[in-house]
Design a protein around this ligand. Sequence first.
Ligand code: NAP
Length: 268
Amino acid sequence: MTDTHITLVGAGRMGSALAGGWLKAGHDGNIDIVDPSPAEIVQTWVDSKRVRLNPDPKASDVLVVAVKPQVFGALADEIASRVGPDTRVLSIMAGVTLETLEARLGTPNVARAMPNTPGLVGKGVTILCTKPGTADNAISELKALLEPLGQVEGPIGEDLLPAATAVSGCGPAYGFLLAEVMAAAGVAHGLDLDLSMRLARKTVEGAGALMEGADEDAATLRKNVTSPNGVTQAALEVLMSPEAMPSVFEKAIGAAIARDLALSKETE
Ligand SMILES: NC(=O)c1ccc[n+]([C@@H]2O[C@H](COP(=O)([O-])OP(=O)(O)OC[C@H]3O[C@@H](n4cnc5c(N)ncnc54)[C@H](OP(=O)(O)O)[C@@H]3O)[C@@H](O)[C@H]2O)c1
């Protein structure tokens, strides 16, 4: 695996988190990075000859596309010049379909993945999406490439990627929103804003840490902190009533899926 020659196009937040993990895994000297204005960390890798920056086009074993979807159209020909018949392409761009990748990069060896921002601290979850019939060894190789960002799930078919994106790709924002609305509710009931924000934020962080270390599923963890007829139960009866969080979340995920599908059309 460490002999694999990787080209990374776009060394922004996600791209550099991936490349940092590949270097930790021993890929020194086997990584080409294409980025017109590399971040400081990338420049330190270039200076210490751990990666090559903007080399002349050459086909690599794996090419990872981590630029914003909006710039992909203009860049596709340049990226295609780095793709050979045996190159496996992995895109983490939101909304750019396998069909578009295949057509613009001139290879059937394409896969997609949707990471999320906790990946920047190695605590993300990334869903891999491959074409039907992708070989097991190719899937293992793609999963290993994504592991620097945290857990890797899948592969799933592309038809389910918008739903997975709406849950885990967008999900960190829902967690942050939870802290925000909990804090605002505390303020509405008399707490000082800063104190309420600290209480809400630490509570969301702590619940995440508890869940990370637990074998139980989320529903069991919730039940474990809910005494019958207690204070938590009173709040949950409001939050879990059918017209509250269950239907609001179903609608929110539906809206995210619709937007994802619309964005895919725009990047065709
Ligand atoms: N962040 C997330 O939570 C998340 C989640 C899921 C998927 N994604 C996907 O991951 C991809 C990267 O996201 P990100 O947050 O890492 O974005 P980012 O920090 O903006 O990284 C994109 C990188 O590509 C570079 N770039 C721009 N033009 C280029 C060119 N012509 N050739 C090579 N590189 C070029 C950018 O350079 P400049 O800064 O100089 O423009 C930047 O370093 C996006 O497609 C996004 O949809 C992100």
